[in-house]
Design a protein around this ligand. Structure first.
Ligand code: MLT
Length: 393
């Protein structure tokens, strides 16, 4: 019996798992300290009423003989896929129902999608980046080339080198940077020329406030022939614990003479039994008029937090970016601290948790990510503590 040796090439543990363990240890040793979590992007506002009411109705249905449902469609229920198509129509993107696959979130699909691609594909990943892209490719033994995101290019690297599979995340996790239409067009043209496929992570699209910026790669001409888009209701509608997302695989996307839509359906119907009916009814309600109005209120709440963080950093003269069209603020660690030194400094001195930039790749060293998903009173208190410790130091 041989294990998958690729696992031995991974970092010892997943970034947010490592952080959770460190925070747990600190908390056990300092039971009197109220820890303020601005680390993992986990939401704090509850599900909105439109969602919980829809879920409650679905629970009742599941207890009635006539309405009860067993296995659902592997691709998701038509009512939810149609709701997603309606949402895209609002962005000026025409999708067919069978191009939308309901999932339990973007993270799983971003890893699972690799099943349909050969192992010898060249993979291009921006650095810094959400660690799931890197880890899942290492697990599968693929060779990764990194392209540099840095302050000089606004953390928005443009096409370079050879690649078959390209990961893009916009608004970006962790930097909060957002590609504009011209920049995304360069990526789309590059992928089309090379027959490459872009895996576009749009998990934070709802945070885009600037109407001129794209919120879907399909707003760019030709993207339906070269891109798969992943989206999640985790940050959009507070589904981090409820689990629901969707992946768009256009019918026009053909590689090696095969439809990637068909391959993905084949993969999903074999390895995935779908998202619970009750959750899909809740997800459908996100796209209703009432649901959209309610979740946009929540997004506004988180963006207020981002403003609060940005204001504090500006006053402390700490370099930062992000936070305008994104729930993440990406800052330069003060006093030339490394990312993990600054992590320890904030945790040990003031009980504030953030995410070390180095956890997102080599280019993240010396940077740090703060999340705006906390409760407003906690973010305000975290900023008060940061001011007091930075002004003292
Ligand atoms: C993050 O903090 O980067 C995300 O919450 C992690 C995730 O979505 O898996």
């Amino acid at each position: 019996m041989n294990i998958n040796q690729n696992y031995l090439k991974l970092e010892n543990s997943y970034l947010f798992f490592t952080i959770a363990k460190k925070v747990q240890e600190y908390s056990a040793a300092n039971p009197g300290v109220k820890i303020l979590r601005l680390g993992i992007g986990d939401v704090t506002l509850p599900l909105v009423p439109a969602v919980t009411e829809a879920m409650q109705r679905a629970v009742t249905e599941m207890g009635e003989a006539e309405a009860f449902r067993g296995y659902g469609d592997y691709e998701g229920y038509p009512f939810l896929r149609q709701a997603v198509c309606g949402y895209y129509a609002g962005k000026g993107v025409k999708l067919e129902e069978d191009e939308v696959f309901i999932s339990d979130g973007a993270k799983s699909d971003l890893g699972n999608i690799l099943d349909i691609f050969s192992e010898d594909n060249a993979v291009l990943i921006p650095d810094p980046v959400y660690p799931v892209y890197v880890d899942t490719n290492i697990m599968a033994g693929r060779k990764i080339t990194f392209i540099s995101g840095n302050a000089a290019n606004g953390f928005l690297p443009l096409p370079d080198g050879r690649s078959d599979i390209i990961y893009l995340c916009s608004p970006n996790n962790p930097t909060g940077a957002v590609y504009n239409r011209e920049q995304l067009k360069l990526w789309v043209d590059y992928a089309l020329e090379r027959d490459a496929v872009i895996l576009f992570d749009g998990a934070y699209e709802i945070f885009v406030q600037d109407g001129g910026l794209p919120t879907s790669i399909y707003q760019i001409d030709g993207a339906d022939k070269c891109a798969i888009e992943f989206c999640s209701l985790s940050k959009t509608a507070g589904f981090t614990g409820t689990r629901c997302g969707y992946t768009v695989v256009p019918r026009a996307l053909i590689r090696g003479g095969e439809s990637l839509n068909k391959l993905w359906l084949r993969r999903q119907s074999t390895k995935f039994n779908g998202v619970p009916y009750i959750v899909q009814r809740g997800a459908e309600a996100v796209f209703s008029d009432a649901g959209m109005a309610q979740i946009k209120n929540n997004i506004g709440y988180y963006l207020e937090n981002a403003k609060n963080i940005a204001k504090t950093l500006a006053e402390l003269d700490i370099w930062f970016t992000g936070g305008k069209n994104s729930p993440y603020i990406w800052l330069k660690c003060p006093g030339n601290m490394t990312s993990w030194e600054f992590f320890d400094f904030l945790l040990e001195k003031i009980g504030v948790v953030g995410t070390p930039g180095a956890g997102f790749g080599a280019n993240g060293e010396g940077f740090f990510r703060l999340s705006a998903f906390g409760k407003q009173e906690d973010v305000t208190e975290a900023m008060r503590r940061i001011r007091s410790v930075m002004e003292k130091d």
